[in-house]
Write a protein that binds this ligand. Structure first.
Ligand code: ZN
Length: 216
């Protein structure tokens, strides 16, 4: 099973992906995580990538394709994987097709989680993260017991730079112009499924599982 999860920022791709990875025993290929780790290791690639991300911009196709290609070469990725945060542009989608065909492989499913813009803004701008342990909260949907303090460890909560309203708006407009065209790119290939993301976590997950059953 080779799955790609798409949708605007804040559509819940991350948490749905986590559950799919567990249930189907998939290798998780997350460009965001690879960039963060590369940055933490002090690598140039990570530094360049995080500079794009912190401004709410897309990391360049060249850097992104390079890190994904390296990851796909590893043995665990040749079997089953879930791609998270990639491709973000049609250029990247085309590059992915080339990489997969070189491996005599192809995508099983492209899951597109659909959420309205208003709901995305509400979800993202309210998000807070613990500086110490990384636990996430939401001012409206999952508030901490004490304002700005982590329930788990007492650490200070903050708003990630890419969750601030200007950054979110920027990411949404980039999504509309660069990432959404990928949906058209995959249309007509029999792999694309649209999932209503404006439901509970469990309902979204149930719809994804059903779509995967129908495709495999
Ligand atoms: Zn904490």
């Amino acid at each position: 099973m080779k799955i790609l999860v798409m949708g605007p920022p804040g559509a819940g791709k991350g948490s749905q992906s986590q559950k799919l990875i567990q249930d189907y025993d998939l290798s998780h290929i997350s460009t965001g995580e690879m960039f963060r780790k590369s940055y933490e290791r002090g690598e140039d690639l990570g530094k360049k990538a995080m500079a794009f991300i912190n401004e709410g911009n897309l990391v360049s196709d060249k850097i992104t394709n390079e890190i994904v290609r390296k990851r796909l070469m590893k043995p665990d990725a040749s079997r089953c994987f879930l791609l998270d945060g990639y491709p973000r542009t049609v250029t990247q989608a085309k590059a992915l097709d080339v990489m997969l065909s070189e491996m005599n492989s192809k995508l099983t499913a492209v899951i597109n989680i659909v959420v309205d813009t208003d709901i995305i803004l509400e979800r993202m701008v309210g998000r807070r993260v613990c500086k110490a342990c990384g636990h996430t909260y939401h001012l409206k949907f999952k508030p901490p017991q004490k304002q700005d303090v982590c329930d788990q460890c007492g650490g200070e909560l903050y708003q990630r730079k890419d969750d601030q309203i200007d950054s979110v708006r920027n990411r949404l407009s980039i999504y509309e112009s660069k990432t959404k065209p990928i949906i058209d790119y995959y249309k007509g290939r029999g792999v694309l499924v649209n999932i209503n993301g404006m439901q509970s976590f469990d309902a979204v997950y149930r719809d994804i599982k059903k779509a995967l059953r129908d495709l495999t």
